[in-house]
Design a protein around this ligand. Structure first.
Ligand SMILES: Nc1ncnc2c1ncn2[C@@H]1O[C@H](COP(=O)(O)OP(=O)(O)O)[C@@H](O)[C@H]1O
Ligand SMILES: [Mg+2]
Length: 285
């Protein structure tokens, strides 16, 4: 994503966004760390996927990242929890932090980072094991040694996503036998069971039928007060319905860039950039 980010008054590195952080801390259970990127760029070898990203994601809100295919949305999400490290030749430059955590520091604890910053992928990706094991494996990996505690975490997070009643009598069956929508809710529950602070979601509804998609949308809305959600969506109507803030990206000279950020309602009502207007109207992109 390259180009100068146009910050609006209520969604920037300024005083007003700090006020929102403290408002958030008064809500029980809320986590207030904010994700900040400064002059962030990503190369895959010689190819610059995105450039000059400057953002601060508002805590305890839903932020939607939209833009045409290839503008670096997935690459950006994969940068935030350092999944891009798995791609040989990838290079992140600039600054990226989550609360006090310097994400780009060589000493950043990646296991802890990926617990704090959970990821939900476009296609539901349950482990090819039982529903129960889908929770027990990552929870054990993250140091929850007592099986009863892992069970409690599993039950609570399955309840949080509205899946407990559908699966409580089949916990030993393969997670792969669930429907696509149930698998996606299971993946969200598995992420929630690790008690993340920031949830990254990469087009979480795009592989689902409309009914399952609606359920996931409602679920994301229900998470808003307690989690910070950064969600990529191709569905502009969905972004308009559920997000508080919007990041619009584009490809300029072959490189992804952010072209406009701000409150979703304001951008849909009066986009500042011509490109944003044309994209939202379906004329471009
Ligand atoms: N592993 C990779 N190696 C090289 N180029 C990549 C890789 N992954 C993505 N890209 C390129 O980076 C750009 C951004 O891709 P991506 O982040 O998937 O965009 P989006 O999610 O917005 O569609 C595209 O040009 C894509 O081809
Ligand atoms: Mg993508």
């Amino acid at each position: 994503m390259s180009g100068q980010l146009r910050l609006r008054k209520d969604f920037s590195n300024n005083e007003s966004s700090l006020t929102k952080v403290s408002d958030c801390s008064e809500r029980p259970g809320s986590v207030c760390a904010s994700l900040k990127a400064k002059n962030l760029s990503l190369h895959y070898g010689d190819f610059k996927a995105y450039d000059n990203v400057n953002i601060e994601i508002e805590p305890c809100k839903i932020t939607a990242l939209v833009g045409p295919s290839g503008c670096g949305k997935t690459s950006f999400l994969n940068s935030v929890n350092r999944l891009v490290d798995l791609i040989p030749g990838s290079k992140l430059r600039g600054e990226l932090s989550f609360g006090n955590t310097d994400i780009l520091s060589p000493s950043c604890d990646l296991i802890e980072l990926r617990r704090k910053i959970g990821m939900v992928f476009q296609r539901p990706a349950p482990f090819p094991f039982s529903i129960k094991k889908n929770f027990h494996i990552p929870l054990k990996e993250h140091g929850i040694s007592k099986s009863s505690v892992r069970d409690e975490r599993m039950e609570q997070s399955l309840k949080d996503v509205g899946l407990w009643d559908e699966v409580k009598n089949r916990l030993k069956q393969s997670a792969c036998n669930l429907s696509g929508g149930q698998q996606q809710r299971l993946c969200i529950a598995r992420t929630l069971s690790l008690k993340p602070e920031l949830l990254l979601m990469d087009e979480p509804c795009s592989a689902l039928d409309p009914v399952s998609s609606e359920k996931i949308e409602q679920l994301i809305l229900s998470l808003r007060d307690n989690y910070t959600v950064l969600m990529v969506t191709h569905n502009l109507a969905q972004a308009k319905r559920i997000s508080d803030n919007l990041l619009v990206c584009w490809v300029k000279d072959g490189t992804g860039c952010l072209i406009e950020t701000g409150k979703t309602s304001e951008i849909f009502f009066a986009p500042a950039e011509k490109l944003t207007k044309e994209y939202l109207q379906g004329v471009r992109g």
